[in-house]
Every structure is written in C-alpha cells, then in structure tokens.
Design a protein around this ligand. Sequence first.
Ligand SMILES: [Zn+2]
Length: 152
Amino acid sequence: MPRKLRHVPSTPYVHLVSDSAFGSSRIRVDRNHPIGLERPATGAHRATLSCATCGDPVAITVLSLTATKLWRLGWLLASGLGLALVVTCALSVIGTGPDGDAMPLLTLGFLTGILLSVYAILHWWHEDGVRGPGLPWRSGRHYVRHFWAGPR
Ligand SMILES: [Zn+2]
C-alpha cells in the first residue's frame, strides 16, 4: 500500500545548501524541513513558508485528502495503462514474430509502457498531496522531496 495519508503531510521541503560537480560526480548537500501545513477540507491550499535555513519564501500547495486520493488513483490508472501497453506489444510480437514491419513500433510501445508504468507506480506510492516551488533539477534552492523515504 502507498504511504499513509495524514492530516498534516509528512513530505518535507528541501533547502539546497550546495551543489558541486567533481569530474563526472555531482554532490548535492541539502536540508529537509517539515512543511507543517494542515490539509484543507476540500481542494488545495497554497501558502508561503519562510525557509528554516535561509528565511526566503517557499511557496507550497497542500491538497485535501480527497484530491490526494484522486491523484493516487490517476497514477495507478497511468501505471495500468503502461502495463497494458507492455502486454499488448509483447503479445503482438509473439503473435506476428520478430520479423514483422511493426517491430520498431512495438519495441517503442513496449519500452514506453515500461517507463510509464514505473514512473506512475513510483508517483502512486509517494503521492502525498504536496506541490512545491519546482522540481529538483529545475528549481532554485527550494523544492519538495516527493520521493521521501523518511518517517511517515
Ligand atoms: Zn532556504
């Protein structure tokens, strides 16, 4: 089962302390901070926190329990769609043999299905109904740690 949904989400936001490259290695040092916002009864609640490390504003959106469960359902459906694509392409290859003209398309479909299902099942597992100011590779110094493996 995915992580338990609480009235106050356990997903932290992150302050990126440093991001350094040494040859082909990249070292990121960051600090997690609890969000501490209660979920709204319905819809979404957007708030601006003051970062516990630097004091800068961090825009956070927290979804209601219902909205979070709908996101989880969406991720689960997307994962099922990916698995259906994998099975369909595999059965087509088994049915027609590997020499058919559609082989590149079936291979593309198979790989796309695997990627979609893995991506979606990871998001289903970790969906906590929290949205932050950006993604780790596109944002500045603050983001939400969606794949949080800490205390729940
Ligand atoms: Zn900060």
